[in-house]
Design a protein around this ligand. Structure first.
Ligand SMILES: C[S@@+](CC[C@H](N)C(=O)[O-])C[C@H]1O[C@@H](n2cnc3c(N)ncnc32)[C@H](O)[C@@H]1O
Length: 433
């Protein structure tokens, strides 16, 4: 496969290699990372994708003008903020490419002002397209520097008329001088503000700000692998941390007694609840909260989980998360990661708490790039020492609220635990004391 801008773009570092060569390289890379971390683990062969082109279901493009002042759009060149023309990119679905080309043409013909990163002036910063492979639904997000968006009505009308697959159009307002693409304020210009895909036989809806795996076909393989590795029993309680729109928890729900999903992004949690409802899944609940904070509360209320799943962002998790997860003493912990380096770092800390893994499995979620999704099942083994892995720093005392109770921060969400949720034997023992 040839790409005209392969070198300039830098997004597909492995495009020139065959599928087998890519599989070998990715596996060797993970083996080297695990070895460097002194983790004695076997790395399984990579589960490769049948469709390694046109797979990206999320694309963000910037805009610029060429020498003749004509607008073009594309990805940023590697390690820069220079837009290069990636029209017709072979990683993006054909429909997505057609929509991007049309938007670029409209931006040019409607003379929509482009945002200038250096001066912080202008209007249009980015366009994000999200695509649902199973349903062919498309979401378009215009990221603008101000709420004022003079040509938006025209733009929306032309786009939905030409592409009936576009089910929602959103304007996200990002007035800050930052490289972060989107900010919190959004206006739905057309449709419901979300699109729906079918994943592992479940209807899954997601909004512009919520996470959804980039390669839907490989994502199904990943979740099936997770199910098999966890081998849940009907009486098991599962905690799905960093749960996004609930995809992993919802696919596990039929195998176990109940699933609790925890996610920081309140938008994603709203979608997770909607996803449970639209699939008639009743043994799940979702909480908008920091995962570590949730587990600390779960511990306080003597909650027990047989399995904990974590699927954190690329930066991995924190020592405090690991400490809190291990303090709940689950039988197994399933760690899904999109960066084996941070996963290896975290696995070392899990080990200090007695949770070990023998094998890392790999799913190629990002064909033709250097990236890989890795998955590890950790089980509890006997601790070799009684030493506490690391001492927690003393926390500053929180101010007392009404009635002598600890005041909660104003923006804190609730774990939903009540005293009645505590395990009865523990409550009794406490009462005796
Ligand atoms: C890699 S995504 C995984 C989402 C989901 N498990 C999936 O497969 O679609 C990581 C998610 O963690 C969420 N997140 C980040 N920090 C968090 C935290 N401290 N507590 C809970 N969720 C967090 C992000 O909003 C994002 O949805």
């Amino acid at each position: 496969m040839k790409c005209k801008v392969e070198k300039l773009c830098g997004g597909c570092q492995l495009l020139k290699f065959s599928r087998d060569e890519q599989a070998k390289k990715k596996r060797e890379m993970v083996e080297a990372i695990m070895e460097r971390a002194h983790l004695d683990v076997k790395v399984a062969p990579v589960v490769m994708a049948e469709d390694d082109l046109f797979y990206r279901n999320k694309v963000i493009v910037g805009f610029a003008k060429d020498k003749s002042r004509k607008v073009f759009s594309g990805l940023y060149a590697a390690r820069s903020h220079r837009v290069i023309n990636t029209s017709g990119c072979v990683m993006q679905p054909k429909l997505v490419n057609e929509i991007i080309d049309e938007i670029t043409h409209l931006v040019d013909s409607m003379k929509i002002e482009l945002y200038n990163e250096r001066t912080g002036t202008g209007l249009l910063r980015h366009v994000m397209i999200r695509y649902a492979h199973s349903t062919n639904e498309v979401m378009v997000v215009f990221v603008t520097s101000t709420k004022m968006f003079p040509s938006r009505r025209n733009l929306v009308n032309v786009l939905v008329k030409k592409f009936p697959q576009i089910k929602t159009i959103i304007q996200n307002i990002n007035p800050r001088q930052t490289s972060i693409v989107m900010q919190d304020e959004s206006i739905v210009l057309y449709g419901k503000g979300y699109i729906t895909d079918v994943l592992c036989g479940l209807k899954i809806s997601f909004t512009a700000s919520s996470f959804y795996q980039i390669h839907s076909g490989q994502c199904e393989k990943l979740y099936e692998m997770a199910r098999q590795m966890l081998a849940l029993r009907s009486q098991d309680r599962v905690l799905d941390t960093y749960c996004g729109v609930g995809t992993i928890g919802l696919t596990l729900a039929r195998d176990c007694r109940e699933v609790t999903g925890v996610e920081l992004n309140a938008d994603a949690v709203t979608m997770a609840k909607e996803n449970a409802a639209q699939n008639g899944i009743r043994n799940v609940r979702f909480v908008a909260m920091d995962s570590t904070q949730f587990m600390k509360e779960a511990r306080r209320f003597h909650q027990k989980y047989d399995a904990i799943v974590l699927d954190p962002p690329r930066a991995g998790t924190t020592n405090l998360f690991i400490e809190s997860a291990c303090s709940l003493q689950p039988n197994r912990i399933l760690y899904i990661s999109c960066d084996p380096k941070t996963q290896a770092r975290d696995l070392i800390v899990f080990k200090r708490f007695g949770y070990y893994t023998d094998e890392i499995k790999l799913v190629d979620m990002f064909p033709n790039t250097e990236h890989i999704e890795s998955i590890a099942l950790l089980t509890k083994r006997k601790m070799r020492t009684n030493r506490i892995p690391f001492q927690q720093k003393a926390q500053p005392a929180r101010p007392k609220g009404k009635g002598g109770r600890m005041a909660r921060p104003a923006n804190a969400h609730s774990s939903g635990f009540r005293k009645a949720d505590s395990y009865p034997h523990r409550t009794k023992r406490k009462a005796k004391r």
